[in-house]
Design a binder for this molecule. Structure first.
Ligand code: SF4
Ligand SMILES: [Zn+2]
Ligand SMILES: [Zn+2]
Length: 214
């Protein structure tokens, strides 16, 4: 039985870690299986069993990675080392932060001047559920909406921020909600609000809805 050394792999003789290798008295062929299936499965397991308690497995693994060696090193086969390295890289990469904007971006597509929502019916952030419209509103206005966020266009799934409004915005002067706000708060009804209310009334008579057509 040939004594297993790393000389074949061009490491300097006498490396301290090699002297501690748990496989130093094993048949090197055990660590270079010629297949990965059938009877080789058992052979590979035998080699790995030698590696498992090896005190220099990490150094050995490093060596195999640096030299792109085949065979079993550090208790891993070559394909296993490749996936271990990939997984380590993946873990190291910082996960892209999940923000309102990133969710909005990932869950919408622009279509015909609208922004159509294709995500889930609700989105959770810090234990709070938001509707897609609330989410889009917050991203655009950088504040929490007051009351309900409603769309001014006819597309159910549209969350285009300029097609959305909350109670506060709807109650701006020059709108019917603005008119209603004057009534609620008993303030003087301004001309734009009076006009908006008349327009809405006329629209209602004409079309059966107060919704302005785009
Ligand atoms: S990890 Fe395995 S192959 Fe590497 S030195 Fe130890 S026993 Fe040998
Ligand atoms: Zn729209
Ligand atoms: Zn007004």
């Amino acid at each position: 039985m040939t004594r297993f050394t790393y000389n074949v792999l061009d490491t300097p003789r006498g490396d301290a870690w090699q002297d501690l290798a748990a496989c130093r008295d094993e048949d090197p062929e055990l660590f270079f299986p010629k297949g990965s299936e059938g009877p080789w499965i058992l052979a590979i397991e035998q080699a790995k069993a030698v590696c498992r308690p090896c005190p220099v497995a990490a150094e050995c693994l490093r060596f195999a990675l640096d030299t792109h060696s085949d065979g079993i090193f550090g208790g891993l086969t070559q394909p296993e080392r490749v996936s271990a390295v990939r997984a380590a890289h993946r873990r190291r990469q910082p996960r892209a932060e999940r923000t309102f904007a990133s969710v909005l971006n990932a869950s919408t597509t622009s279509a015909g001047g609208h922004l159509l929502w294709s995500g889930t019916a609700q989105v959770c952030f810090a234990g709070r559920a938001y509707t897609p419209r609330q989410l889009a509103f917050i991203v655009d206005r950088n504040r929490q909406p007051v009351g309900r966020v409603l769309s001014t266009c006819d597309f159910d799934r549209c969350v285009l921020p300029s097609h959305l409004g909350d109670d506060a915005e709807r109650a701006r002067c020059g709108t019917r909600p603005g008119y209603q706000k004057h009534l609620r708060e008993n303030t003087e009804i301004c001309a734009p609000c009076r006009q908006a209310n008349t327009d809405a009334d006329n629209r209602l008579r004409r079309t059966g809805t107060t919704k302005a057509t785009a």
